[in-house]
Design a protein around this ligand. Structure first.
Ligand SMILES: NC(=O)C1=CN([C@@H]2O[C@H](COP(=O)(O)OP(=O)(O)OC[C@H]3O[C@@H](n4cnc5c(N)ncnc54)[C@H](OP(=O)(O)O)[C@@H]3O)[C@@H](O)[C@H]2O)C=CC1
Ligand SMILES: Nc1nc(=O)c2c([nH]1)NC[C@@H]1CN(c3ccc(C(=O)N[C@@H](CCC(=O)O)C(=O)O)cc3)C=[N+]21
Length: 286
């Protein structure tokens, strides 16, 4: 039976450290501020915003949620981003995905002011990530690395298979794992014979958005399984991309949903907001 890796536990530890840093900023009259934009009503996206709001309020981070309708045009979204770019109160801007099909994410990503781009989605930030330079990083990828570090799971020489190639999870995670000498394979919807590939993984990370998709036959005994997915099953319960019960029986370690990568993503996001606020305070004062 696999050991369950608690993201909630790691998040709580990070929260304690963040509280101190936020206290110091507040002494300088700086209140770290995050603005999140959601376009449309993707369930996982709304859930994420909800957790941001709650956690930010607990920690003393100022939070603005901007929800726009599914019919919003690219031009209208760009207008909202421009306003947030210019707003001196706002430290960090998060544009949640998915975006409506009529909006080109590549165009949007380039419009967020680089210093406020909390998930590091601009071409500049992506270049820095792959070059190993410092900068704002995609928060879910950071959360996964934090979980591995906390549980002292070394990735050097390990074969990590990532299922999903989004710009917020799969691709940036590959870059961070390479820095630590993992051998990385990225699979996606065009991957042939997925199960034979995932069975070769020492560490399997799944971020596809399909409830309980990864069953026991995808997992080699002894594998460490990290489930990023946030879905609702037929009964409305929040479940991951991994069929937890059956995979728990074969894996060595596994992250649950809820209580795994989710809470740690929220905390890593807020840590990055605090980092940006600290950077701005040092450079300009406010
Ligand atoms: N807990 C957390 O912190 C977070 C959770 N999430 C959740 O993780 C999931 C994925 O999110 P995100 O990365 O944004 O998703 P995207 O929808 O942007 O990407 C999904 C990826 O999965 C691949 N994929 C889809 N179906 C299959 C399949 N049957 N076999 C193999 N690959 C497949 C797609 O392939 P292709 O590229 O070929 O289309 C794509 O690369 C969602 O449930 C989301 O809510 C996301 C971010 C953070
Ligand atoms: N640009 C962008 N970046 C993202 O990182 C991003 C996004 N868009 N769009 C939506 C998905 C989804 N996502 C979640 C993060 C945390 C929880 C989370 O905290 N989940 C709790 C749920 C707790 C409960 O049950 O209410 C848990 O898993 O324990 C969920 C979902 C980030 N996403």
């Amino acid at each position: 039976m696999a050991t369950v890796l608690s993201g909630t536990l790691v998040a709580q530890q990070l929260a304690t450290k963040l509280q101190k840093r936020i206290g110091l900023l507040r002494q300088q009259q700086v209140i770290p501020t995050l603005a999140t934009i959601i376009v449309g009503n993707d369930k996982a996206s709304l859930l994420y915003a909800n957790r941001q709001q709650q956690t930010a309020s607990n920690l003393g981070i100022n939070y603005q949620l901007i929800t726009l309708s599914q019919q919003t045009t690219e031009q209208q979204l760009l207008q909202v981003i421009q306003e947030l770019n210019q707003d001196v109160i706002v430290d960090a801007i998060l544009i949640q995905t998915p975006l409506p099909a009529a909006i080109n994410p590549q165009v949007i990503r380039q419009q967020v002011a680089p210093i406020k781009d909390v998930e590091g989605q601009s071409a500049e930030s992506i270049g820095r990530l792959w070059n190993g330079q410092s900068g704002n990083l995609p928060t879910t990828a950071v959360a996964i690395m934090k979980l591995l570090h906390f549980y002292q799971i070394a990735v050097s020489k390990k074969h990590v298979v990532i299922v999903g190639r989004s710009s917020i999870v799969g691709k940036p995670l590959a870059a961070l794992l390479l820095r630590e000498n993992a051998t990385v394979t990225i699979a996606h919807s065009y991957t042939d014979n997925l199960a034979s590939l995932t069975r070769q993984a020492d560490i399997l990370v799944v971020a596809i958005g399909k409830a309980n998709f990864i069953t026991a036959k995808y997992v080699h005994p002894g594998c460490i399984v990290i489930d990023v997915g946030t879905n609702r099953d037929a009964t409305g319960k929040i479940v991951g991309d991994v069929a937890f019960q059956q995979v728990q029986a074969v894996a060595q370690m596994i992250t649950p949903v809820p209580g795994g990568i989710g809470p740690l993503t929220v905390m890593s996001l807020l840590e990055q907001v605090v980092m940006i606020a600290e950077r701005r305070e040092k450079q300009h004062g406010r």
